[in-house]
Write a new protein. Structure first.
Length: 210
């Protein structure tokens, strides 16, 4: 009995140390990997070691979750503008069936660099958390229809903190994206259709397949 409680006490004393050790090792490995890939990490003067770890983790998450595939100009045309990474897209996205809707509603992925006028510079952390995890934007009539926030709903507070730390650390780019267009309105800008369209073969007049 005494031996048992001794081991229990030992475990309680050492487990936080072991956990802290393993998360430090994880960070080291991550840092090494990023350096190996030659990815230039954003760095600002006066950043603490802790902030730097959050920024690195945020960069990893933003790349993994494909934020740039919508939020960078040119990607939707197949020619990303690397000077304007994450600075918003002037090609919009319509979430509609092109064979059914002639003039769909179109949204333009926002500039998510920290520019004060055209980007997220003036958004609070709380507002950014709401936008990323719940699709709610200040002044927005409804939840973002195109941004895949339901996929991001499972992000932990720590993940969100990392993503926001990274977005605030990248270069601010002045780039105003067009305002969203309502369904039925004339479209002054280019856009792509997103979605999966079901084809009911029994409805086809002629079966195109042999
Ligand atoms: C499928 C395309 C798509 C992807 C992927 C995507 N977004 Fe978005 N996002 C949008 C669109 C479109 C809007 C603007 C919608 C509108 O204005 O109605 C938006 C809006 C936002 C906003 C709100 C900006 C503001 O004005 O406050 C933030 C923040 C944001 N996205 C962050 C992210 C982050 C971070 C990721 C990756 C984790 C991401 N988005 C991935 C399409 C996307």
């Amino acid at each position: 009995m005494q031996v048992k409680s001794f081991f229990l006490a030992l475990l309680l004393v050492f487990s936080p140390v072991v956990l802290a050790e393993s998360s430090n090792t994880l960070r080291e490995v991550k840092r090494e990997k990023l350096t190996m890939l030659g990815v230039p990490l954003p760095q600002r003067e006066g950043e603490t070691e802790e902030q730097q770890v959050y920024i690195e983790q945020g960069k990893y998450l933003v790349e993994l979750l494909g934020c740039a595939s919508c939020h960078t100009d040119g990607v939707l045309r197949g020619a990303p503008d690397m000077e304007r990474q994450l600075a918003g897209s002037s090609v919009g996205i319509a979430l509609a069936n092109p064979t059914e809707v002639a003039r769909p509603a179109v949204a333009f992925p926002s500039n998510i660099t920290p520019d004060n006028e055209t980007g997220i510079g003036r958004r609070t952390d709380e507002q950014l958390h709401l936008a990323i995890r719940h699709g709610i934007v200040p002044g927005g009539a409804s939840q973002l229809p195109i941004m895949p926030w339901p996929v991001y709903a499972g992000l932990t507070d720590d993940d969100l903190r990392s993503i926001v730390a990274y977005l605030r650390a990248i270069k601010p780019v002045r780039h105003k994206v067009p305002a969203a267009v309502k369904r039925g309105q004339k479209h002054p800008f280019d856009y792509v259709y997103f979605g999966i369209y079901y084809s009911d073969r029994s409805m086809l007049e002629e079966d195109p397949l042999p």
